[in-house]
Write a new protein. Structure first.
Lengths: 95, 470, 468
C-alpha cells in the first residue's frame, strides 16, 4: 500500500505535478500494481546474477575523431525560449 | 488502380523490376487511399514522392513509419502532447536504411503515447480504430502501423515492440508482425521507452514481405552501442513443410486466461503444423508467469529515466512559470497522459532509495531466469509457440478503467522481450469474426528459421485478410 | 580553553576534464570559449531518440591514470545513470559509474586513493538575472558546449591531515596528471576541480567524525584557505557543545566565510541503475598494454630513482622530478660527465636559472673541469655563465678566457708571498692564532689570481708560508 506521502514523494522525484484526484487515483493504482509485482518476492533468487544487458557486447568504443556539430540555429530551432544564443529557463533556486 | 493495391510488397517489387509498374504509380495509388482513411491511424502524410531507382532492393514500395521514429523535418511526436509538432533535425537509422533501400516513407502512424499501451487508446491525438471492426481497438502500442497495413493504406509499415507492441497489434489486426533479436535493428532515432527492451520491426501482409523489410532495416550501427545487426543476411523464406521441426508449447503461456476462441484457433494451427511434419509437445518455462511482473518493473523504471529529458528546456511543450521547479512539474503534468504518468511514477518508485533491490534488482534476476528457461527449452525444441494475445480485439474503452487488465494483454509476448529473442506473429484464423494470432519464438538470431517455419505455416493456414482492406 | 587536540581528517574529490578531442559520448569537438551552443549535436543536447557511444581515448586516459596511480583496473566495469533534474543536464540523468568503477584503490605519495571513475560533464548555466527579466523573475541561459566533456572523478581516502598537505598533494596530483598528458589540469579554466570532505576527531582516535563537504574551490590557495577555515569552524562548533552536521558548504575566498549550500528540498535520491544504452567495459590486454606504454616516468618514481641511481639527496631529486625537461637535461649531463659525480652535476645545474644556450655536454664539461681541479670553483661559475649566454664547449672557453687553474707553483707562491708582505699585520694575527683573519689574506690572493686558484689550495699555501 502506498501512502499519500509516498505518492507525493515519488511525484516530486519525477517532477510531476498531480491534482488531489490524481494523488488519490495513482495511490490506489500504484498500490494495486505493486501488490501484484510483489509476487516476484516469492521467488528464490539469491544466487542469480542480474541481467543488465541482454546483448553480449563489450567495449563498443568510438574513435576520438570530431564530427561537424549542429549549426546553433538548428540546435535552438525547437527551443521553447531561445535567448542570447542559448536555452533560457527560469532560474533554479528561485521559489 | 485496385489491382495495384492488392499486391504484396514482394509482388509489387517484381512488377517494378520487370517494368510493369512504375514506383510513382504505386505511390499515388497508396497516397490516395491513405488520404481517405477513417481509422485515425495517420499522424502525417507525405505530399511528394521522392525519386526511386527502379532497381532499388525494395522497389519504391512505400512504407508507413510509427511516429516515434525520428524523421528529419517531419513531425515525430510519439503519440504525446509534449512532443506535439516536434520536428527532429535527424532521421532514425532504421528509417534511413529503408529509404536507402528504396522504400519511401508515405506516412507516419499514431501510437500509444511513448509506446506505453496495448490498445492505442493512450494516444494523445485520439485512438486508432481496428479496420475489422471500427468499434474495437487495433492493439498497441503500434496500433496505427498495424491498422494501416491491415486496412491496406500501405503495403507494409514499421513499428516497435517492447513487451509485445508489434506482435499483439499484428494479431488483433490479422497481419504479420515480427520482433527481431534485441540488437538486430539500430535503436538510434527511436524515441526511447524501455532501452533494454525496445526493438523495431516490420508489419506486413505476408511472411515473405516481412523478411524483405527486416533485411533492409537490420544493421550494426556505430551510433547504437547495443546494436549487433543480424549474423547472416535475411533469406527469402521458401520452406513448404515443417518436417523435423520440434515445436514446444509452454504450459504457462497457453491455458489460463486465454479466450476460448483464441485457444481453439491455436490448437487448430498446431494440427496444421503436425500435418506439415512438425512434432508438438508441451514444454516448461517455469519463470514465465513472473515475466509480466518483472516487465512492469523494468520497463517503467527505464522509461521513468528516459522520459526525464522532457522537461520543457530544449524542445517540446513548455508550461511557463516563474520558477524552474514549477516549470518542470507544470510542463510534465500537462504534456504527459495518464498511462505515461502512471508508469513514470511506478518506475521512479521501483528505483527509489530503499526499493531498488526489492524491485529493479529482483526483476533483473527474474529476467536472467526467464532467459535461462528459454535456453533450456531450445535445447529440446526448435521453436516455442503460443497464442500471441490472450484475446481478440476488444471494444474501445473496455479495459481503460483497470490498468492491470490492460497489462495482461502482454502476457504471452513479454517473456520473449525480456530474453531478447526473436518472435513473429502470423494470423491464424478468426474468432467471432475477429483475427487471432500465432506466435513463433526462436533462439537469438534464428530469424531465418522462424521466417521459414512461419512461411510454411502461413501457406497451410491460408488466412485471407482482404476483408479488412475493403 | 580546550584540552583536546583535534586532528583534521580530509579527503578530496577531484574532477578532471580529460584532454580528448571529442566529448565522452558523442563526437562533438571540445573547445573553450566558443560562442554558445556551437559544439552540440542531437546526442549531447539530449534530443529524443539519441544514444551515447563511449570515446575510446577517454578510456585510454582512464587506464593510464589507473596504472600510473597504482589502482586495480576493473576487469569489467559498467556505466550507471545518475538521475536528477537540472537545466544543465539535458537527459535528466548523468551517465557515470556507480558500484563498479574503472579503477579502485591506488596511491599517490602518502595519500591512498579510493577510486577513479569516468563520467560526463554538465553544461553551463549562465544567470542572466538583470538582463533577462521575464515577468519580474530571474532567468538563466544554458550553453551545451561543455556538456558531455569527459570527466575523470578521483576520490581519495581520508588520509590528509592538514590544509597544507591537501594543497601540496593536489599540486602533486596536478603535476602527475599534467605529465601523463591526460588533461590541461587548469583550475582557472575548470579542467581541474576540487571538493574537500573535512571532519575532525580527537587526536589519537581512530573513528571518523561527521564530515562536511566543501564544494568547488577553484584555486590551490582557496583550497588551503577553505579547508583551514572549515577545520576552525568545526573545532569551534564542537568545543561550543554543538555537533558537526553533514552538509554541503561553500567557501567565499573574499570574505573567508563558509555558508551552507544545502537547498530547501530534500537530499537527492539519484536512483542509480545500470545504463542500458551502453555495454560493459572490459579492458583488453591490448588496451592495457597501450596505456602502460604511454606512461612517462612520473614524479614520485623519479624521485626514488634519482636517489637510488644517482645518489642525489631527496631535495635535489624532488627539484628535478617536478621538471621533466630539466630532469632529462640532468641525466644527459650526468652521463657525459667523467670526473664529476652526479650530485655535483645536479648542484651545478641548480645554479642555472635558465639553460639558454647551455648544453648537457657543456654542463658536464664544467663539472668535470672543476672536479679534476683544472679550474677553480669560481672559474667554473664564470664559464657556466658564458656557456648559458653563448653556448660552446667548456674547455675552449677556459682557454679563451685564460681561466686555467693556477695550481701550486711559482706564480701562485709569488702572489701569496706578495700578499703576506703587503698585509704583514694580518699575517701576524693569523700566526698568533686568529684563524678567522685568514679570510683577509685569501681575499687579495684570490683577486690577484682572478679566481683561477683553488681556494683550498690558496689556504694551504698561506698556512705553509706562515709556518702553521
Amino acid at each position: 500500500m502506498l501512502s499519500r506521502e509516498q505518492v507525493l514523494h515519488v511525484a516530486r522525484l519525477a517532477r510531476l505535478e498531480l491534482t488531489d484526484e490524481e494523488v488519490e487515483g495513482f495511490g490506489g493504482e500504484l498500490s494495486k500494481i505493486t501488490d501484484w509485482i510483489d509476487k516476484i518476492g516469492e521467488l528464490e533468487l539469491a544466487d542469480v546474477r542480474p541481467t543488465s544487458h541482454v546483448v553480449e557486447v563489450e567495449n563498443a568504443l568510438r574513435a576520438d575523431e570530431p564530427h561537424e556539430s549542429l549549426d546553433p540555429a538548428l540546435a535552438l530551432r525547437s527551443a521553447p525560449d531561445a535567448a542570447d544564443g542559448g536555452f533560457r529557463v527560469p532560474s533554479p533556486g528561485a521559489g | 488502380m485496385t489491382g495495384v493495391l492488392e499486391l504484396s510488397a514482394t509482388e509489387a517489387i517484381a512488377r517494378v523490376r520487370s517494368g510493369d509498374l512504375e514506383p510513382g504509380a504505386l505511390w499515388s495509388a497508396y497516397r490516395e487511399r491513405a488520404a481517405s482513411e477513417d481509422l485515425g491511424a495517420l499522424s502525417w502524410l507525405a505530399d511528394e514522392a521522392p525519386e526511386i531507382a527502379v532497381d532499388a532492393p525494395l522497389g519504391g514500395v512505400p512504407v508507413a513509419v510509427k511516429d516515434l521514429f525520428c524523421t528529419e523535418g517531419v513531425p515525430s511526436q510519439a503519440g504525446s502532447r509534449i512532443l506535439e509538432g516536434y520536428r527532429p533535425p535527424y532521421t532514425a537509422t532504421a528509417v534511413r536504411n529503408l529509404q536507402r533501400a528504396g522504400a519511401p516513407m508515405l506516412c507516419k502512424t499514431h501510437q500509444d503515447e511513448f509506446a506505453m499501451g496495448s490498445s492505442n487508446e493512450n494516444c494523445a491525438f485520439g485512438p486508432v480504430l481496428n479496420p475489422w471492426d471500427r468499434t474495437r481497438v487495433p492493439g498497441g502500442s503500434s496500433g496505427g502501423s498495424a491498422a494501416a497495413v491491415a486496412a491496406g493504406l500501405v503495403p507494409w509499415s514499421i513499428g516497435t515492440d517492447t513487451g509485445g507492441s508489434i506482435r499483439q497489434p499484428a494479431a488483433l489486426c490479422g497481419i504479420v508482425g515480427l520482433k527481431p533479436t534485441y540488437g538486430a535493428i539500430s535503436r538510434y532515432g527511436m524515441i526511447a521507452f524501455a532501452s533494454s527492451l525496445d526493438q523495431a520491426g516490420p508489419f506486413t501482409r505476408t511472411v515473405a514481405d516481412a523478411a524483405l523489410l527486416l533485411g533492409a532495416m537490420a544493421s550494426k550501427d556505430d551510433r547504437d552501442s547495443t546494436s549487433l545487426g543480424l549474423r547472416e543476411p535475411v533469406r527469402t523464406p521458401t520452406a513448404t513443410d515443417l518436417r523435423g521441426i520440434r515445436l514446444g508449447v509452454p504450459e504457462e503461456l497457453s491455458g489460463e486466461g486465454i479466450e476460448t476462441g483464441v485457444l481453439e484457433n491455436f490448437q487448430a494451427t498446431l494440427d496444421r503444423a503436425r500435418e506439415l511434419g512438425a512434432t508438438v509437445e508441451t514444454c516448461r518455462l517455469p519463470h514465465a508467469p513472473h515475466g509480466l511482473a518483472a516487465y512492469y518493473i523494468i520497463a517503467p523504471a527505464e522509461c521513468s529515466s528516459n522520459l526525464a529529458r522532457f522537461d520543457g528546456v530544449r524542445y517540446g511543450a513548455r508550461v511557463e512559470a516563474d520558477d524552474l521547479s514549477s516549470m518542470y512539474t507544470g510542463t510534465r503534468a500537462a504534456g504527459f497522459g495518464a498511462e505515461v504518468k502512471r508508469r513514470i511514477m511506478l518506475g521512479t518508485y521501483a528505483l527509489s532509495s530503499g526499493y531498488y533491490d526489492a524491485y529493479y534488482g529482483r526483476a533483473q534476476k527474474v529476467r536472467t531466469k526467464i532467459a535461462e528457461d528459454f535456453d533450456t527449452a531450445f535445447g529440446s525444441f526448435d521453436f516455442i509457440v503460443t497464442p500471441t494475445a490472450p484475446g481478440v480485439a476488444f471494444e474501445l474503452g473496455a479495459k481503460t478503467a483497470d490498468p492491470l487488465a490492460m497489462y495482461l494483454n502482454d502476457y504471452c509476448t513479454v517473456p520473449m522481450s525480456l530474453a531478447g529473442i526473436p518472435a513473429i506473429s502470423i494470423p491464424n484464423g478468426l474468432s467471432d469474426g475477429l483475427p487471432t494470432g500465432f506466435q513463433i519464438a526462436g533462439p537469438a538470431f534464428s530469424e531465418n528459421s522462424i521466417l521459414d517455419a512461419a512461411h510454411a505455416l502461413e501457406a497451410a493456414l491460408g488466412f485471407d485478410g482482404s476483408a479488412a482492406r475493403r | 580553553m580546550s584540552s583536546t587536540t583535534w586532528e583534521p581528517v580530509i579527503g578530496l574529490e577531484i574532477h578532471v576534464q580529460l584532454g580528448t578531442r571529442t566529448k565522452m559520448f558523442c563526437s562533438c569537438a571540445l573547445g573553450f570559449g566558443e560562442p554558445p551552443n556551437t559544439r552540440t549535436c542531437p546526442v549531447c543536447l539530449g534530443l529524443p531518440g539519441t544514444l551515447p557511444v563511449v570515446n575510446e581515448r577517454a578510456i585510454h586516459f582512464g587506464l593510464m591514470m589507473g596504472l600510473a596511480l597504482g589502482c586495480e583496473i576493473a576487469p569489467r566495469s559498467i556505466f550507471h545513470r545518475k538521475n536528477y533534474f537540472y537545466p544543465d543536464l539535458p537527459k535528466g540523468y548523468q551517465i557515470s559509474q556507480y558500484d563498479i568503477p574503472l579503477c579502485a584503490g591506488g596511491r599517490l605519495g602518502d595519500v591512498r586513493l579510493h577510486r577513479i571513475h569516468l563520467e560526463e560533464d554538465a553544461a553551463k548555466l549562465v544567470h542572466v538575472g538583470e538582463s533577462g527579466r521575464i515577468h519580474g523573475s530571474d532567468a538563466s541561459v544554458v550553453d551545451f558546449n561543455r556538456g558531455g566533456t569527459p570527466l575523470a572523478e578521483i576520490v581519495t581516502e581520508p588520509d590528509i591531515r592538514s590544509a597544507e598537505q591537501a594543497r601540496e598533494w593536489l599540486t602533486l596530483l596536478r603535476e602527475t596528471l599534467r605529465q601523463l598528458g591526460v588533461s590541461d589540469v587548469d583550475m582557472s579554466q575548470g579542467s581541474l576541480r576540487c571538493d574537500a570532505n573535512v571532519s575532525i576527531r580527537p587526536a589519537g582516535s581512530t573513528e571518523l567524525g561527521t564530515k562536511a563537504e566543501l564544494k568547488n574551490m577553484n584555486s590551490f590557495a582557496f583550497l588551503e584557505q577553505g579547508v583551514t577555515a572549515e577545520i576552525a569552524r568545526q573545532i569551534a562548533l564542537v568545543e561550543g557543545g554543538d555537533k558537526v552536521v553533514q552538509e554541503t558548504l561553500h567557501f567565499d575566498p573574499r570574505t573567508g566565510a563558509i555558508s551552507s549550500l544545502r537547498s530547501k528540498e530534500e537530499a537527492h535520491d539519484y536512483r542509480y541503475f545500470p545504463e542500458p544504452d551502453l555495454v560493459p567495459l572490459v579492458p583488453t590486454e591490448a588496451m592495457l598494454a597501450e596505456a602502460r606504454g604511454a606512461l612517462p616516468e612520473l614524479p614520485a618514481a623519479r624521485i626514488e630513482r634519482y636517489q637510488a641511481e644517482y645518489s642525489l639527496s631527496p631535495e635535489q631529486a624532488r627539484t628535478l622530478a617536478w621538471r621533466p625537461e630539466r630532469a632529462a637535461f640532468f641525466e644527459r649531463a650526468a652521463a657525459a660527465a667523467v670526473a664529476a659525480e652526479a650530485p655535483r652535476v645536479a648542484n651545478w645545474l641548480d645554479q642555472v636559472r635558465e639553460e639558454g644556450a647551455l648544453t648537457p655536454d657543456g654542463l658536464a664539461g664544467v663539472a668535470d673541469l672543476v672536479a679534476s681541479k683544472k679550474i677553480s670553483n669560481d672559474a667554473g661559475r664564470r664559464v657556466l655563465d658564458i656557456l648559458v649566454a653563448e653556448g660552446g664547449d667548456a674547455v675552449a672557453v677556459v682557454e679563451r678566457e685564460g681561466l686555467a687553474a693556477m695550481g701550486a707553483g711559482g706564480e701562485l707562491e709569488a702572489i701569496v708571498e706578495r700578499v703576506l708582505a703587503d698585509n704583514a699585520d694580518v699575517a701576524e694575527r693569523v700566526r698568533g692564532g686568529n684563524e678567522k683573519a685568514i679570510g683577509a689574506l685569501m681575499g687579495p690572493v684570490m683577486r690577484e689570481t682572478k679566481g683561477r686558484a683553488d681556494g683550498g689550495e690558496v689556504q694551504r699555501i698561506i698556512r705553509e708560508k706562515l709556518g702553521l
